[in-house]
Design a protein around this ligand. Structure first.
Ligand code: 13P
Length: 338
């Protein structure tokens, strides 16, 4: 466990004005995204699309790191460099999604999931380090519904996250802890706040139980928002206030930084919410983005698999990255959107 390296990596992830691009969609998720724009989800198309994002001129000013899928970590850029090396040469830290997805939690109500991937993880982690990855991600998913999440679901997911985090740190890889509370459902923002607080409490309890070093992890949090199907969609100021309240109650001050997922929020809403939190000036940790959809959506719908659209798609990606960079400094305003 190289603590100096872990500290440097964690600090670099949340460097001022920068955030993460999550480009670690599994082949299944990629299939969904690509089919929405009529692109065949082949290995080569996934390589080309990710290359489009990674080679966007100037984007290194806004990206501290990229979360890669195992396949991408083993692929090469058009110039023949492995993607991890290609990104590192641009000053962007390569990261790796190491979980193996969700399964139904046994003996739990329908809809409750737990994340798999711990078996053999220490061995895989050594290989990922050798391939250039310096941080990792594990996503746990918490669904809100009638009678859920149960205590068992929060507990099982928190323990898996903590075991993963310990394995990462031993390999000198910074763990990103991601307990995502889904925005799907009709629930109120109050209910989302309650569940997010319970999920984070469970996580930090488990991190302590497994001796995870708090100075050497990053939290990837979901924002406290109204359920997608709820009639009252809370405004940005309320999202910011509730999210920060929950984080302050649960996240230790030793945490180097908090990054957010976008979770299906509209692109500009995800930017506005981050901006409102940072602009409040009340968070004790750096806050920034680790978005997949809210950074990629306009690029993907512009690209549509056509070489002639690459430049326009890169411009769309650059714009969202720049807007979110501004938000991470609390300096974004709605009239900056095109
Ligand atoms: P979204 O921003 O699309 O939620 O993706 C972020 C992520 O990495 C989810 O695990």
């Amino acid at each position: 466990m190289d603590k100096a390296l872990l500290s440097r990596t964690a600090a670099a992830i949340v460097a001022t004005g920068k955030g993460l691009l999550a480009a670690d969609e599994s082949a299944g998720t990629c299939e969904k995204r690509f089919s929405s724009v009529g692109v065949a989800c082949t290995e080569e198309n996934r390589r080309v699309y990710r290359g489009l994002l990674f080679s966007t001129p100037g984007v290194e000013k806004f990206l501290s790191g990229v979360i890669l899928f195992d396949e991408t970590l083993r692929q090469k850029a058009n110039n023949g460099m492995p993607y991890a090396e290609y990104l590192a040469a641009r000053g962007i830290i390569p990261g790796i999604k190491v979980d193996r997805g969700l399964v139904d939690l046994p003996l739990a109500p329908a809809g409750e999931k737990v994340t798999e991937g711990l078996d053999g993880l220490a061995k895989r982690m050594k290989e990922y380090f050798d391939l250039g990855a310096r941080f990792a991600k594990w996503r746990a998913v918490i669904t809100i519904g009638a009678g859920i999440p149960t205590h068992a679901c929060l507990y099982a997911n928190a323990h898996a996250l903590a075991r993963y985090a310990a394995i990462c740190q031993e390999a000198s890889i910074v763990p990103i802890i991601e307990p995502e509370v889904l925005l799907d459902g009709n629930h109120s923002i109050e209910r989302c706040e309650e569940v997010t607080e319970a999920a984070l409490r469970a996580c930090y309890g488990a991190l302590a139980a497994y001796n995870v070093s708090l100075e050497h992890h990053i939290l990837k949090a979901s924002m406290v928002v109204s359920g997608k199907g709820n009639a009252r969609q809370a405004p940005a100021a309320e999202v910011a206030e509730r999210t920060l309240r929950v984080l302050k109650r649960t996240v230790p001050g030793a945490t180097p930084g908090v990054v957010f997922l976008s979770g299906g929020q509209a692109d500009v809403a995800a930017t506005a919410h981050l901006n409102a939190m940072v602009a409040s000036g009340s968070a004790p940790w750096p806050l920034t983005y680790s978005y997949s959809r809210a950074l990629q959506n306009p690029a993907l719908t512009t690209w549509r698999g056509k070489e002639t659209n690459v430049k326009a798609a890169q411009a769309a990606f650059h714009h969202r990255a720049r807007m979110n960079s501004l938000a991470s400094r609390g300096k974004w305003a709605k009239d900056m959107e095109k």
